[in-house]
Design a protein around this ligand. Structure first.
Ligand code: GLU
Length: 192
């Protein structure tokens, strides 16, 4: 069973994300990843088919812009698609404007993928979860508010999900759940 984590913290988010992913390891997983905003406003995605310790090493080797206090993370237990770095979460839309971590199964993913591909979307993984990235991408063209876009995109889905979506432009995170558990908490260090 996989796990997701998202946070907006006053200290660098990556420390909380990695600590949370370590805590989720007992559930079992085949790959792990994070997407973190930089102080320059870009999103950095780091993913591995190794253990969380391998992700820690990837983060330690990051030599780009300083990482900020906003990010999402995932330990994956593959249900759709091989265990590869490209299939590890966070997944993103065509332009990399949103990153997403998902726990669960999108039951109508094949049908949605076909329709999205026909309308011009480019898929970079074979994971069911990626259809949601592109559904949100479409919705963001209609309504620029991330919360509205995620809510509208979710109406097309059948299945189960606990998910977190991070938007590059605003640094906003939206979370949602349906038949998968999700806890939201506010602490002195920030929101989780
Ligand atoms: N269905 C998604 C995948 O195959 C999420 C699996 C999970 O809950 O870890 O990546």
């Amino acid at each position: 069973m996989c796990g997701i984590i998202a946070c907006r913290t006053s200290a660098p988010a990556i420390d909380y994300l990695l600590a949370a992913l370590h805590r989720l390891e007992y559930r079992g997983y085949d790959s792990a990843g994070v997407a973190v905003r930089t102080v320059a406003g870009d999103i950095v995605r780091l993913r591995t088919v190794g253990r969380v310790d391998a992700l820690v090493r990837l983060v330690a080797g990051w030599a780009g812009a300083e990482l900020d206090g906003v990010g999402i993370g995932h330990t994956r237990w593959a249900t759709h698609g091989l265990v590869t770095e490209g299939n590890a979460h966070p997944l993103c839309d065509c332009m990399g404007r949103i990153s997403l971590v998902h726990n669960g199964i999108i039951e109508n993913a094949d049908r949605l993928r076909e329709a999205l591909a026909l309308s011009g979307h480019r898929f970079s993984s074979t994971v069911d979860s990626e259809v949601l990235c592109h559904l949100i991408e479409d919705q963001l063209m209609i309504a620029s508010d991330l919360n509205d876009a995620v809510q509208a995109a979710l109406t097309a889905l059948e299945g189960s999900w606990a998910l977190a979506v991070l938007e590059e432009r605003t640094g906003r995170i939206v979370v949602a759940a349906n038949r998968s558990p999700l806890i939201v908490a506010h602490t002195g260090a920030g929101d989780f």
